[in-house]
Ligand binder design. Structure first.
Ligand code: NAD
Ligand code: UGA
Length: 437
């Protein structure tokens, strides 16, 4: 099949690449000329494990191309996928400017019946707005399909190629058949394609992210109770997660969730409720609990230094919003670094993949970045762990103690066993677990 994908970000690049790997001819369009130029030089602008190899394989076979021009990509494409950003507007609603512009461009370039697929996360009811807009700009027949994406950064390729399910919100039979054919390569184990009406598909996407975010916020509030009453949240997690009705996923207490999706989708759902005059109390509480958890983690560090962070040297391990990605959007680590620096601390940070993005976002005046995590420790008064990278999981504690001036670790990811920490000469403060010693 011939496909066009608009947006060469975490979703568009992964979707376009994976569809080319199953034999389709895919042209990915992005309005950012630097991004397209780097892809055309064979450089992948984001870090996503496994992606670079598949891009290389398919560009070499001529099945995957990158361009800034919609009129090069869309004519003759049977399926056009919209995967551009839908960021939060300042009032928490969704900024649809990019996707509406992309839709106008596509409509103007279509040359025949086209299946127009929305993979971007869009507010409930958007498919109607999309259909009206496209009809106003083309004489050609088309069908809109809502196909929300559920991949996670860091495992995006395997999530895409082996999805738990694929949701199609559509009513046009020809479009449904085309999409069934497109996804059949990923459905060989069993058919996991769920067809529903587009409004339900759009809402399902927000409901999933809000439910997952709520689990994290719930555990984060449990972690605060654990701290107060002397319980251990990791034991509570195991006890809860072994109940099959609850399950083990997304129960890890942390310094707060982040990323380009949970924060924006949770606040979009609150706005959608508000617009319908239906208060989304559970969703609002999820958002409030997350803000509280981030603040609480910062306060623990500040409190340790009696509120005096000026001139303290703080080592930070991890800047990405989670491991296995270079993405720092809404990262709790970045908020923390800003708070620490704002209070006068000198932050020295390391991240295996996200330092370029952090440098662009914060500049070297807010923090010093170092290529070796141990170099961040020299003369540090404290070590703060923000991201659960594998490389931080079993560190050399003797070296940590030796290089630091202070002797305290604040762990926002509960990486270390409390028994190991009792064997070190370090003080260890984690989330919802007794401090050591
Ligand atoms: P991103 O910011 O990484 O990429 C978006 C890309 O779209 C950018 O490269 C931008 O230059 C490009 N773009 C903007 N306007 C364009 C236009 N008119 N034509 C062509 N390209 C254009 O975004 P992302 O993280 O890939 O997310 C895209 C959408 O998918 C969002 O709606 C997001 O909520 C949703 N989503 C993201 C994830 C994820 O893990 N990142 C997962 C599921 C769903
Ligand atoms: C999330 C969803 O998991 C995807 O299904 C969805 O497609 C995507 O959002 C999206 O809509 O964009 P992602 O943002 O890549 O994926 O990351 P997650 O793995 O969900 O983690 C989100 C945040 O929650 C991270 O900051 C992570 O550290 C935190 N988290 C996650 C916890 O603190 N505890 C957990 O148990 C799980």
């Amino acid at each position: 099949m011939k496909l066009a994908v608009l947006g060469a970000g975490y979703v568009g690049l992964v979707a376009g690449t994976c569809f080319s790997d199953t034999g389709n001819h895919v042209t990915v369009v992005d309005t950012n000329p630097e991004r397209v130029a780097s892809l055309n030089r064979g450089e992948v602008p984001i870090y996503e494990p496994g992606l670079a190899e598949i891009i290389k394989r398919n560009t070499e076979r001529g099945r995957l191309r990158f361009t800034t021009s919609v009129s090069e990509a869309v004519p003759g494409a049977q399926v056009v996928i919209l995967a551009v950003g839908t960021p939060s507007a300042p009032d928490g609603t969704v900024n649809l400017d990019y996707i509406l512009q992309a839709a106008r461009d596509v409509a103007g370039a279509m040359t025949g019946y086209t299946v127009l697929v929305t993979k971007s996360t869009v507010p409930v009811g958007f498919h109607k707005q999309l259909a009206e807009l496209v009809s106003a700009h083309t004489e050609h027949p088309f069908a809109v399909v809502s196909n929300p994406e559920f991949l996670k950064e860091g495992t995006a390729v395997s999530d895409f190629m082996g999805p738990d399910r694929v949701i199609l919100g559509a009513t046009d039979e020809r479009a449904i058949e085309t999409m069934r054919h497109l996804y059949s390569a990923f459905m060989r184990r069993s058919d996991r394609l769920i067809v529903m009406d587009p409004t339900s598909a759009e809402l399902t996407k927000y409901a999933c992210n809000a439910m997952l975010a709520a689990r994290v916020s719930f555990m984060n509030e449990m972690s605060q109770l654990c701290d107060h009453y002397g319980a251990d949240v990791t034991q509570v997690r195991v006890g809860m997660g072994t109940d099959p009705r609850i399950g083990p996923h997304f129960l890890y207490a942390s310094l707060g969730y982040g990323g380009s999706c949970f924060p924006k989708d949770v606040s979009a759902l609150v706005s959608m409720g508000r617009a319908a005059n239906i208060p989304m109390r559970m969703v609002e509480a999820t958002e409030m609990a997350n803000a509280g958890q981030r603040e609480r983690f910062f306060e623990r560090v500040r409190h340790h230094f009696d509120g005096k962070l000026a001139d303290k040297r703080i080592a930070v391990w991890g800047l990405a919003f989670k491991a296995r990605t270079d993405d720092i959007r809404e990262s709790a680590a970045i908020t923390l670094v800003e708070r620490l620096a704002g209070a006068g601390a000198h932050v020295v940070a390391h991240d295996p993949k996200a330092m370029d993005n952090a440098r662009k976002r914060l500049g070297e005046r807010t923090l010093t970045l170092v290529d070796d995590e141990y170099a961040a420790l020299d003369e540090a008064d404290a070590l703060v762990i923000c991201t659960e990278w594998q490389a931080y999981r079993t560190p050399d504690f003797a070296q940590i103690k030796e290089r630091m001036k202070g002797d305290i670790i604040f762990d926002g990811r509960n990486l270390y066993d409390l028994e190991w920490m009792a064997e070190t000469e370090l003080t260890y403060v984690s989330i919802g677990r007794p401090s050591v010693p």
